[in-house]
Write a protein that binds this ligand. Structure first.
Ligand code: ZN
Length: 450
């Protein structure tokens, strides 16, 4: 069977969703008696919540019971009903809300990753520390992520192992290797030619030249299990390529990538800093602009009209110490200094012009597990209301992923991915930085003391 949430995931021995049993439940699930009380069975999970933000952007519910069976939510009922023989989680002094979604992470690296790590770490090493980074992210309340750029197949293996229930982690939607021009942000620069060719042979990287080869790279990514396509339309800050932040992929290459990906049912996420590269990507029809550092008003208007998403990755430069010369080489320092001058302009323009904004941090460049710190930046720099910032990490992020039927709100039929916090995130968005309980697929996966 194919997992609904990851159509590209390898098909192998998947856990089946358990059959619905119990006549009362069956009747309710069939929609026969919406007002009837459920009759929780031993395998169910019953959550007694003090209040529930079921749909971020809408008013919270008061005391509520949420019933979960077989990974999905079956009922949302006012008050606290008897749990019967089910496991009851007492969250009567907590606000329960949908599991958070970060649409821009890189589990395969961290701020500690060095230029020469590629020559030292094995794919097995990468798989193990990717798992550790995924665990930190889930424990921080992020039950779904998009991993937008990694070498090799460690993240593919991690995604599949999580979906199979072999290890615990967030749902992962992944791109694998980023598509890039030769010597671009998604290619490898900074090592000598012999080392580069040994570690990153041309047809293993996502480097491509011309419409035909770029389309081929998209098809290869799809063939080996990508859920989306990530491209680097412009230069990038943290790579050793010293060609600035301007447009890299040509219009012809962008068009070939987007039409091929869309034909295969894959969305395209475009890393883009320089204005010309941002505009060219939007015009080519990419689904999201990642970073969008030099976004201008005309492009913001075009994005709003076309429904192109912005993933603003605020504060991605905050966690880097300029004294760290092993990573912040002169090539990187110059691009950093340039980008810092316009920090926050992207989200201000997006808010002003009504661009769709999805929450994404660039964890990997910033530390894993601190993802929720971006909420306060969105509120301060947008400025966005706490409600809008929360929506960006739930309802809106689910829409960008094409997963609105499965995640992003607390509703019958959706995966039981939820978090509980003390306080009201609509009043103080920083309460999301200290999550009390994390539930994924109806299982408690983390519980943090006050
Ligand atoms: Zn990134």
């Amino acid at each position: 069977m194919t997992d609904i949430a990851n159509p590209s995931a390898r098909v192998r021995s998947r856990r089946h969703l358990g059959a619905v049993s119990g006549s009362a439940f069956a009747a309710l699930l069939a929609g026969a008696a919406g007002a009837a009380q459920p009759d929780p069975a031993a395998q169910d999970l019953v959550i007694h919540a003090g209040s529930v933000i079921a749909v971020p952007g809408e008013r919270p519910l008061g005391p509520t019971t949420i019933v979960v069976r077989n990974e999905r939510i079956t009922h949302i009922l006012p008050g606290h009903i008897d749990g019967g023989g089910a496991t009851v989680i007492d969250l009567r002094d907590r606000t329960v809300l949908p599991g958070l979604i970060d649409t821009h992470v890189h589990f395969s690296f961290s701020p500690a990753t060095r230029l020469w790590s590629a020559a030292i770490d094995t794919p097995e090493d990468v798989a193990i520390f990717s798992f550790s980074n995924a665990k930190k992210t889930l424990e921080a309340g992020f039950t779904t992520v998009r991993d937008v750029g990694s070498d090799g197949y460690a993240i593919h293996a991690l995604r599949d192992a999580i979906n199979d229930g072999i290890v615990t982690g967030p749902r992962i939607f992944l791109s694998g290797t980023s598509l890039s021009i030769v010597g671009g942000h998604g290619d490898m620069s900074g090592l000598n030619r012999k080392t580069t060719e040994a570690l990153f042979p041309y047809d293993y990287t996502g480097a491509c030249t011309g419409a035909v080869e770029c389309a081929l790279r998209v098809r290869e990514a799809a063939k080996y299990g990508a859920d989306l396509i990530k491209i680097t339309s412009t230069g990038g800050i943290m790579s050793q390529q010293a060609r600035g932040l301007g447009q890299h992929l040509s219009d012809e290459e962008l068009n070939a990538i987007v039409s091929t990906a869309h034909g295969l049912g894959l969305k395209v996420a475009a890393h883009a800093h320089g204005a010309q590269g941002v505009t060219a990507s939007v015009r080519a029809g990419v689904d999201s602009i990642e970073h969008g550092t030099y976004l201008d008003a005309d492009t913001a208007k075009m994005m709003a009209a076309r429904g192109t998403w912005l993933v603003p990755t605020l504060g991605l430069l905050d966690s880097h110490d300029s004294a760290d010369t092993a990573r912040i080489t002169p090539a990187v320092a110059a691009k950093m200094a340039e980008a810092r001058k316009v920090s926050g302009d992207n989200i201000r323009l997006a808010v002003r012009h009504g661009v769709n904004i999805a929450f994404g941090t660039d964890a990997g460049v910033s530390p894993h597990g601190e993802n929720a710190r971006q909420f306060r930046k969105m509120v301060e720099q947008g400025p966005m209301t706490p409600m809008a910032a929360l929506r960006a990490a739930t309802v809106d992020a689910a829409a960008l992923l094409g997963q609105s039927d499965n995640i992003g709100t607390i509703a019958p039929g959706k995966y039981a991915d939820m978090i509980a916090v003390a306080g009201d995130p609509y009043r103080d968005v920083t309460v999301l930085e200290k999550v009390a309980v994390v539930i994924k697929n109806g299982q408690i996966v983390a519980r943090h003391p006050d």
